[in-house]
Design a binder for this molecule. Sequence first.
Ligand code: ZN
Length: 416
Amino acid sequence: MSSLTFSHTVTERFLRYVTIDTQSDPESPASPSTEKQKDLGRVLAAELKAMGVADAHLDDYGYVYATIPANTDKKVPVICFCSHMDTSPDCSGKDVKPQVVKDYRGGDITLPGDSSQVIRFAEHPALKNQIGNDIITTDGTTLLGADNKAGVAEIMDAAHFFINNPQVKHGTIKILFTPDEEIGRGVDNVDLKKLGADFGYTMDGESAGCVEDETFSADGATITINGVSAHPGYAKGKMEHAIKIAAAIVERLPKEGCSPETTSGKQGFLHPIGIDGALEQATLSFIVRDFTEEGLKEKEILLEGIVKDVMKDYPRSSYKFEVKEQYRNMKQVIDRHPHILEYAIEAIRRAGLRPMRTAIRGGTDGSRLSFMGLPCPNIFAGEHAFHSRLEWVSRQDMEKAVQTIVHLAMIWEEKA
Ligand SMILES: [Zn+2]
């Protein structure tokens, strides 16, 4: 294996990209949901073009597509690296002021713009692996946006490396930057034909060395309750209150398990996310999560069982129980192409890290891409405490992610 010399640009890029506000908006029907996401898209497309990636462009939906042409005679599968440009609507992403804590010595990090915001060593166990590293945080007034601008900057740095190191052999590499991942619409308008990749990797995972080939399977469940209304002064023996029925259902949800706050690892849950109601009609919205289809089904049967049981006390009221598929565990797809994961693990090892396979208690662009025909596991980007003002990432972890991308492309060429 030849040794590679890296002169990284990832941190400098990251510090610039996070200052561009790209917050997505779940209330907006537009695509992208916010025009400002294109501000970053334009910068990325222009920087790629300036590097010599001739076809780099931003489309009307806010996606950036680019191709680094193959420099080998071998027939290598086309690999795509993908990250999302938007940041979470849960926390402000406007006027992000990043700071770099150089040569971190351990202990708490108090954020300079709001001293009530402290990244506590005891509450962020991943900090133990960062002694001596340069940690990037915000000033405490916004999120950082390492989710997922760390991934964006890493892919950009890897592209920069390939362009400047033509002696490093690789097949065709596709780059895809998406909008609106945080609101679950990241791949709604992606053009996979145009992208033309065989396999993909999202760069959107947490700790250095992690690769994820499993996500939740996800459904949404909606319960609509139709009660019986009556004038409150003359309601005795007549009224059946939809709000009270809804409350009774919520009250009977399992308390020892099956909720986000009582589960971890491979356990799934039922989770109410919305309640809306008046006397005559009330609606309860749930998300249902598990790693298997059977697990989802079990939880939906459990939920409807609770509803039926509660409705016994309200004989003149009725309910409607609807389940909608949201996304499925990508493992089903990725297991059919074992090389995708094997090569990622090997690339992480070659970057000098200990590979760790983990399962995501959530979904990614990759879970939907996998089922759309682009098998797409998730590789670490180094982001921690995302969607919060305490978000952080280290320079060293981002550099390792860049090296993983480079090795991964080299391995696909080597094995072809
Ligand atoms: Zn993300």
